[in-house]
Design a binder for this molecule. Structure first.
Ligand SMILES: [Fe+2]
Length: 476
């Protein structure tokens, strides 16, 4: 199964004090790069002989898969986080006041965490914890850390590629810029969606949480913030995963759960081969093997949670194998675990998880009924030689800002549709696109349809084509 690209969520030209050039580069190269890596790793994993592959190879591949997956998911959230006016809405202010004391206190913590990553890298993420019905700020270092079962609703990218082109090493100015661009209305919508998700029973207060409550964020050194937030995440995930590790079943997969595993892994056996091989690969080390539901793709994957802190951002764990206390005979321990899985309870958790939606797609109600086509499909059409007329209808100014044009496409000025439409054939379909897939491409597609062409617009536009690594040529 391949992960599909998501078009950029914010309109790059509306973001204050971050250049279009930087945002485009970030989306096409960093987000697109993560997605392409994720698909390459997935392809590799799909053909892996789990029983006969060395543990260190499994560990390495599963780790890289998690890094690429979270980088993909968090970048999508990052672009959806911006494009607003930076003014907290009343509804969202009330939520932050409930969970952090005040909006200011939340902001102090979030900004201090961003600044504490200056000179390093990572993500600062505002996450909803269904289990405790509250929000927390968390780091996602190395892309791979996340709260197990938490739902991220705001993400700040602190990797240098996110700001260096515009701000040099001035991370503080970039963090301030990000805060000014937060889309608070969209943030509240994501909060409201997340708040519908149910969790387990509430977490008791622990010493780290108490310590953080009284912290003076502005005057605490970055390394101390990093230490505390990291330990908080370890303690939190350790608790969450331990609660999930319940056994007591007969180890016989139910029919319903078997169908789900067959859909996502090919067969129950293939899922089991992978899960068991991952457990055995941790022998001599430690960590969790977790079966997790990914709302974005409506599917399950297995991943490692080493050091308690690794998890899929926004994923919902439904089965966890604890490889910390397995004794010397890891193989026997893993076999015993699988014999005791409570499959009925597992399916109930799957059903709960499957109700959770991913990041809401971009809505353009004015173009609601206009037929569209994804970049992957257009690429497949061109690759297989299906007859299609591809029109690059980016505005003149946008085209002359960069020398690159999609291979297989002809540039046409969207201001002069009447002049060039006659050159197109009415018997073959037309695919038209603009820079990011917002207004210009859609409007051009409408004009062509009015003229009697079978025209669709390509979602995500030129940037999406580049992000999937589609071939380009230089402008004539
Ligand atoms: Fe990034």
């Amino acid at each position: 199964m391949r992960y599909q690209l998501t078009p950029i969520h914010c309109r790059p030209w509306t973001v204050s004090y971050l250049s279009v050039k930087l945002i485009e580069s970030h989306y096409e190269n960093n987000y697109g790069g993560a997605l392409r890596r994720l698909n390459a790793i997935t392809e590799k994993l799909e053909s892996l002989d789990w029983a006969n592959t060395a543990g260190y190879v499994i560990n390495g591949l599963k780790r890289e898969e998690l890094v690429a997956l979270n980088s993909t998911l968090l970048h999508e959230l990052y672009f959806a986080s911006m494009g607003g006016d930076g003014q907290p809405t009343e509804a969202m202010s009330a939520v932050l006041a409930r969970d952090f004391g005040s909006v200011l206190r939340w902001k102090d913590e979030f900004v201090a965490m961003g600044n504490a990553l200056a000179g390093g890298s990572g993500w600062v993420v505002l996450v909803y914890l269904p289990r405790d019905r509250r929000l927390v700020n968390q780091y996602a270092s190395d892309h791979s850390q996340a709260v197990a079962g938490g739902i991220p609703i705001l993400a700040l990218d602190m990797y240098e590629h996110a700001y260096h082109m515009d701000y040099g090493a001035n991370a503080k100015a970039y963090v301030d810029t990000f805060m000014r661009n937060i889309d608070w209305k969209a943030l509240y919508t994501r909060y409201a969606d997340a708040a519908k998700v149910g969790g387990l029973r509430p977490l008791e207060q622990d010493p780290i949480t108490e310590k953080l409550k009284s912290l003076d964020w502005a005057n605490t050194p970055g390394y101390m913030i990093n230490v505390l937030k990291r330990e908080e995440l370890v303690a939190l995930n350790s608790t969450l995963l331990r609660e999930l590790a319940g056994k007591g079943g007969d180890g016989q997969p139910t029919e319903a759960m078997s169908a789900v595993l067959a859909r996502d892994f090919g067969s129950v056996l293939r899922w089991k081969d992978e899960f068991v091989a991952m457990g055995r690969a941790l022998a001599g080390g430690s960590g969790w093997v977790v079966l997790t539901y990914i709302p974005r793709d409506r599917r399950l994957i297995n991943h490692h949670a080493s050091d308690h802190s690794r998890a899929v951002a926004g994923g919902i764990p439904i089965l966890a194998l604890d490889m910390y206390e397995h004794g010397a005979n890891a193989k026997a321990y893993v076999d015993t675990f699988t014999r005791n899985i409570d499959w009925k309870a597992l399916y109930t958790r799957y059903e709960e998880a499957a109700k959770v939606g991913g990041l809401r797609p971009l809505e353009q109600p004015e173009f609601g009924n206009l037929p569209s086509v994804g970049v992957e499909e257009v690429k497949a059409m061109l690759d297989t030689g299906r007859p299609v007329q591809v029109v690059d209808a980016r505005p003149r100014a946008s085209v002359f800002r960069t020398p690159e044009v999609m291979q297989g496409a002809t540039w046409r000025d969207p201001e002069r549709v009447q002049e060039w439409a006659g050159k197109l054939s009415k018997s073959d379909p037309v695919v038209v696109f603009c820079a990011y897939g917002f207004h210009v491409g859609c409007k051009t597609a409408i004009k062509l349809r009015d003229l009697g062409f079978d025209a669709k617009y390509m979602t995500g536009g030129h940037s999406a084509w580049k992000a999937i690594g589609g071939p380009i040529k230089l402008h004539a």
